[in-house]
Unconditional design. Structure first.
Length: 611
């Protein structure tokens, strides 16, 4: 047995080296070994990593080494179920009807019939409805195609998909059901030496110093505090190529090419006070503050290791800080309230209610509030990552000039019935955003402090801004409800959060009156797609059983905050009566993603499963 295992290991290593040689891949031995193991054993593989790390190159290299045919799909929000599974050729249907020869297989059915690989690039850009077609194919190797019948997969069929991390724009998380069918392979940016070798192979004639500085500048964008998403090696390649077209001082040349190659490949943080151009100038100047590198050597910043140590120590110090420490930090900070550390800013947000009692200067209190608001918004943005506008598939008669996909099956059926084809006989389908009105009801009794209310409010406000189709109202409650924002009312996010940070958690808890007030306010919204979201621990101390009030909602979701006296039975009962679902959260950090999941579910008309 050991001998057999050894032979398998050696064979796999030879395969990896052959794949690298045939496709010119630098490094990635471990990743290739795992990808080869998954695909050769018939497992579906999800490759996740940022743009430009070689996800597609790696996937296709392994597939071709195994001699499999590859059917490729590039994901985007306009991709339809019909494109993936297949469609009927209209002329053939008109002449002969719905026969097998009239069916044009899509990439999924083609890969299944050939026992090949369905390669889906950037899968998390595709609509969820399209993704879900894959479930029976991946589970049982079959799909049912209307008027065609059952398509069965031949041996060798697997799905390889790539996806960008959640923090990238225009992506969304895969459903739990679909994620469960994949093995995961994470691809990170490669080490400096490997990225430098990639440039050396692709641009052999380029100046070694230009290659080294291009790689250094590119890598610096990935950890710069003002940049959310840094550039891939493609930026370094572009800078090196562009630099050959310029003459003059090396610093000026690199500054020019950096301003051309980097802006389209990075994403700035929303809270950044510096512009993209200013940040690029800073990075280039930092790079040239070091001596030119020797050929093939790594450009090392003398301050890199020191800065890393300081950042680590800063994070640890922030965790150990108590209120008196934070008061001292505020007193020593600049007049405009700027604090470089996100960790210290978040510590101020979490302790703001206590800080108010310790700070006697009104200016200092206002500064602490500004820091708390900014820190909370930053945290929500980071926890949310990207969001995409939820859409629903609609079918209607074609209107000349509109941007929509023709529903071939429905159109053909109408043609066969009427024997003609007029514009009004053409059926089209399009994905449209669905407006949603949301009543967010926040339990402001003793278990909820101002920073927790602010976190939940920031989450719904950021989602409303990003999704652009959400009209939200906010109600806080203890023994009586208080309307903070009404439906349709325009209110600044800073103003909302300021009011909630200053609120004191106190009093008894009357969930029933809050639900009735929420329904009353929600009825004033202009859209009929209305949903309530209740954030509470379920422990009501006054008022009647809230289940009856919950039944007045079209959909009501409950986010139960875990505590020593939380009432799961009450929260379950409210969600059940409101035809919604209950979510348990142990930390308020979980709320942004829960709210996003709820809004997507409602916008897409997905039936909820109460639990």
């Amino acid at each position: 047995m050991p001998c057999t295992i050894w032979r398998c290991v050696m064979s796999a290593l030879r395969d990896v080296q052959e794949i690298k040689r045939a496709h010119g891949i630098v490094g990635r031995e471990s990743e290739l070994e795992r990808a080869f193991a998954a695909i050769s054993s018939g497992k579906h593989l999800m490759i996740e990593g940022p743009v430009g790390v070689g996800k597609t190159v790696l996937a296709l290299a392994v597939a071709r080494h195994l001699g499999r045919s590859v059917s490729r799909v590039d994901g985007d929000e306009r991709y339809t179920e019909q494109k993936l599974s297949g469609w009927f050729d209209p002329p053939v249907v008109i002449e002969k009807g719905y026969i097998q020869e009239a069916f044009i297989p899509g990439p999924l059915t083609e890969a299944m019939r050939n026992g090949g690989i369905l390669f889906i690039n950037e899968m998390n850009r595709m609509p969820e409805g399209v993704q879900n077609i894959l479930l029976p194919a991946m589970d049982e190797g079959i799909i049912e195609v209307p008027k065609v019948g059952t398509v069965r997969a031949e041996k060798g069929f697997v799905v390889i998909a790539t996806q960008n991390p959640r923090e990238f724009v225009a992506t969304t998380a895969l459903s739990e059901a679909l994620s469960d069918r994949f093995e995961l392979l994470l691809l990170e940016y490669q080490p400096y030496e490997e990225e430098l070798e990639i440039l050396g192979r692709q641009l052999k004639d380029a100046d070694p110093e230009v290659r080294a500085r291009s790689v250094w500048i590119t890598r610096r964008t990935r950890d710069h505090p003002n940049i959310r998403r840094g550039a891939s090696i493609r930026a370094a390649i572009s800078m090196t190529q562009l630099a050959t077209r310029f003459k003059g001082d090396p610093l000026d040349v690199m500054r020019k090419v950096a301003h051309m190659a980097i802006p389209t490949r990075i994403e700035m943080r929303e809270e950044s006070k510096a512009t993209t151009a200013e940040v690029i100038d800073e990075i280039v100047n930092e790079c040239f503050s070091m001596p030119p590198p020797e050929t093939g050597m790594r450009l090392v910043s003398p301050s890199e290791e020191k800065e890393a140590r300081e950042r680590g120590a800063e994070r640890k110090d922030a965790k150990r800080m108590d209120v008196s420490d934070l008061v001292q930090v505020l007193e020593q900070s600049s007049v405009d309230g700027s604090i470089d550390s996100e960790d210290i800013g978040w510590a101020i947000a979490q302790n703001y209610s206590h800080l108010r009692a310790h700070l006697v200067d009104a200016t200092m209190i206002e500064m602490a509030k500004r820091i708390a608001i900014r820190a909370t918004i930053r945290r929500v943005l980071r926890l949310l990552g990207p969001v995409s506008v939820p859409t629903r598939l609609t079918r209607h008669e074609f209107v000349p000039g509109e941007d929509a996909e023709i529903d071939i099956d429905s159109t053909l059926e109408r043609m066969l019935e009427t024997g003609r084809l007029e514009p009004g006989d053409i059926t089209v389908e399009s994905r449209e955003p669905r407006e949603t009105a949301v009543a967010l009801m926040l339990d402001a009794s003793l278990s909820m402090s101002g920073d927790k209310l602010a976190m939940a409010t920031a989450a719904i406000a950021v989602l409303a801004f990003r999704l652009k189709t959400v009209d939200f109202l906010i109600i806080t409650f203890n023994d009586r409800p208080k309307v903070i924002k009404r439906s349709g009312q325009v209110k600044n996010l800073d103003e909302l959060m300021s009011e909630l940070l200053d609120s004191n958690a106190s009093g008894y808890t009357d969930i029933e009156s809050a639900l009735r007030k929420g329904r009353e306010e929600l009825s004033l919204a202009s859209t009929r797609n209305q949903v309530g979201v209740l954030v509470t621990d379920g422990n009501y101390t006054v008022g009647a059983d809230p289940s009856e009030a919950a039944s007045a909602y079209r959909r009501l979701f409950v986010v139960m905050t875990e505590s020593h006296d939380c009432r799961r039975d009450v929260c379950h009962g409210i969600a059940g009566a409101g035809r919604g679902r209950m979510y348990e959260v142990s930390s308020f950090d979980e709320i942004p993603q829960v709210l996003y999941k709820v809004l997507r579910m409602v916008a897409q008309g997905t039936p909820s499963a109460h639990r």
